[in-house]
Ligand binder design. Structure first.
Ligand code: ADP
Ligand code: SR1
Ligand code: MG
Length: 429
């Protein structure tokens, strides 16, 4: 296979060369301290796309994340632009301004090596892990609701002047290959025959076939895909799942905004709610006795609810603050009557909620039938058990996508999840 073309100056760093690179950056060298020869380096990337190094010196430690010219999950056969690192640091900069306590600090960005140097979060781990272990994280949803409400509202036309908003949206327009990846792997491939797809077989063969044949489902997904393609409402994180969140059991930090672009707000909200529901459905595969995780399941549902209610509350509070609601959308001069404005807010958030329900549905399907699975399910060794957890999530996904009218409030989504969790799904074998 021919080597992938990369820009001059770019080279793939490794555990042997990352120290030398950081030593040449005075701010990083100072942060680490001491002699670079003594720095400890470990590559810890467990994501699908990039390599991530933890580097520790006598004065401190940091994380260096470098984009590879291909998708790490697949290898050189799937080229991917290095520029995703540029967009990730641009989004991280924005999030650092808006929600500094909820993201890693950005230390530096090297545009030649497409390498981001950031705060080393420790003893944090990816949030999926404590969720698989059944550990509650107090206040997680409240913090994540704040992250979403502030970052989405404050990059939207409700806060920004139209010119500034259009300019910022344009800055992220170049991230279209990453958007295209989402468009394919979430909104198209799980619903057609595609070499990228995989599922727990043969148990879910029947589900996969139904998903490929269901034209009503295809229409619903295509409507959502159009929103993703066209509705530049705010700067999204773009990949907001529980593998993009790190925690030490109390502190919550959102990482990895490389899919950032201006899109429909409901995509971030729905994807995150879906990941709490994925954890919910996976619990039967992780409990050591039937029902042992019932309290944890309840906690997950409460948190999923709090994601929406907290988001809704904080978003409205920002909108009701004249200093924040200074954008060109819904100008105060046109809406002096608070009751009339509140009615408009109800409509806006109702529509955002409906989008979130739909995007939640697409996220539930893609993690079972598409290319990228997650450890919530993958760590369930018993395939029959795993498939039964996944089948329940698929059924909820189908209902959310094809019968959205039944899910007018978040409680309706959670009630359906509970009902499905209590039932035995039909499997192909
Ligand atoms: P990818 O873009 O490939 O998905 P991620 O940004 O998700 O990569 O990072 C991969 C892994 O590296 C994470 O799961 C986490 O374990 C680790 N990691 C990433 N950023 C940090 C950080 N700031 N501090 C500590 N560990 C991190
Ligand atoms: C090839 S799909 C890889 C996936 O990993 C990222 O985390 C995104 O979710 C993307 O869809
Ligand atoms: Mg990641």
């Amino acid at each position: 296979m021919p080597a992938l073309a990369t820009p001059p100056g770019y080279r793939i760093l490794d555990e042997g060369s990352i120290g030398e690179h950081l030593a040449s950056r005075p701010a990083c060298a100072e942060l680490l301290g001491g002699d670079p020869a003594g720095w400890k380096v470990a590559e810890v990337g467990d994501g699908n796309l990039n390599q991530v190094f933890i580097v520790a010196g006598p004065a401190g430690s940091l994380v260096a994340k470098q984009a590879l010219p291909y998708l790490r999950l697949v290898g050189e056969a799937w080229p991917l632009p290095l520029s995703r690192a540029y967009f990730e640091q641009l989004a991280l900069r924005s999030e650092n301004e808006i929600t500094p306590a909820l993201v890693p600090k950005l230390h530096a960005y090297d545009p030649e090596l497409y390498c981001i140097v950031m705060e080393h979060l420790q003893p944090h781990e990816i949030m999926r892990k404590p969720m698989i272990a059944g550990k509650k994280i107090d206040g997680a949803a409240a913090k994540l609701a704040t992250f979403m409400a502030r970052n989405l509202f404050l990059t939207s036309d409700l806060h920004l002047a139209a010119g500034a908003k259009r300019q910022r949206a344009g800055e992220f327009g170049g991230n279209h290959v990453l958007c295209g990846l989402t468009e394919n792997v979430i909104f198209t491939e799980p619903y057609i025959e595609h070499a990228n797809n995989r599922w727990t077989a043969p148990h879910l063969d029947g589900h996969a076939a139904r998903w490929r044949a269901d034209t009503e489902l295809h229409a619903a997904v295509s409507r959502l895909k159009l929103k993703f393609l066209t509705e530049a409402q705010a700067l999204l994180h773009g990949d907001l799942h529980t593998g993009s969140i790190m925690t030490d059991g109390a502190d919550i930090r959102v990482i990895d905004p490389e899919f950032a672009f201006f899109g429909p707000m409901g995509f971030d909200v729905g994807k995150l709610i879906a990941n709490f529901l994925i954890s919910f459905f996976s619990q039967r595969g992780h409990e050591n006795a039937p029902g042992a995780r019932d309290p944890y399941r309840q906690w997950l549902l409460q948190e999923a609810e709090a994601l929406w209610t907290g988001f809704d509350r904080e978003f409205r509070a920002l909108w009701n603050d004249p200093a924040q609601a200074a954008g060109d959308a819904w100008p105060r001069a046109l809406h002096p009557d608070p009751a009339a404005l509140a009615a408009e807010q109800d409509r806006y958030l109702g529509s955002l909620y409906a989008d979130a329900v739909g995007f939640c549905g697409t996220s539930l399907t893609r993690r079972v039938l598409g290319i990228a699975h997650n450890i919530d399910y993958e760590h369930i060794a018993d395939e029959q058990l795993r498939a039964s957890c996944e089948a329940r999530a698929l059924e909820l996904s189908h209902r959310l996508l094809t019968d959205p009218g039944r899910f007018g409030a978040i409680g309706d989504v959670l009630a359906a999840a509970e009902e499905l969790d209590a039932a035995s799904p039909e499997l192909s074998s």
